[in-house]
Design a binder for this molecule. Structure first.
Ligand code: PNS
Length: 166
């Protein structure tokens, strides 16, 4: 791969991937040639979807577009980013409540590795209140989450939560 290609890693749990996440990837693609959506494989954190299910859902969101790849990683994010020749880590920023923990993580990552920069992208206003957790909670108790996640993610949520509104 050419040295001039600018690669960013967009890490997260993505349990599940939402339209807010898609928005961030699309913004990142305006700056970077390639975005790697990297799912943290964390066996100690109980997830609703397996890593394989999440990889599949994210791949479908981008119709196998060449400039977005999907992967899973474990261990330190900065080690993974270096291994992928990425120069940046992308994180979405919604409200000020995100700031404290994101700032802490960015500074720790900078301390661990000075070559990888963290770039915060502001999510679109329509996604400001959404998160994977709140969407799962609404779905679990029968709420309608249409338009907040891609159609196939909604179908997968329906399989897990049959009470969910179609
Ligand atoms: O979607 P999330 O759960 O907020 O994503 C958090 C994630 C995966 C970005 C973060 O937990 C992470 O990078 N974990 C890997 C271990 C690591 O490098 N931690 C940061 C420095 S200690």
């Amino acid at each position: 791969m050419s040295k001039n290609i600018k690669i960013a890693v967009y890490p997260g749990s993505f349990d599940p991937f939402t339209n807010g996440h898609i928005d961030i990837v699309e913004r990142a693609l305006k700056i970077f040639d390639q975005v790697i959506v990297a799912i943290l494989n964390n066996p100690s954190k109980k997830a609703l979807f397996t890593v394989e299910e999440r990889v599949e859902m994210i791949k479908k969101s981008f119709n196998n577009g060449e400039n977005v790849t999907v992967d899973a990683f474990d261990g330190l994010l900065v080690d993974y980013a270096r291994m992928q020749n990425a120069t940046a880590v992308i994180r979405g920023m919604r409200a000020i409540s995100d700031f404290e923990s994101e700032f802490q993580m960015a500074l720790m990552n900078r301390r661990l590795c000075r070559e990888v920069q963290t770039i915060f992208l502001m999510t679109g206003l329509r996604w400001i209140f959404t998160s994977s957790s709140i969407i799962k909670e609404a779905a679990q108790f029968g709420g309608d989450i249409t338009g907040m996640v891609p159609v196939f993610v909604k179908q997968k949520l329906k399989e897990k939560f049959p009470k969910m509104k179609e």
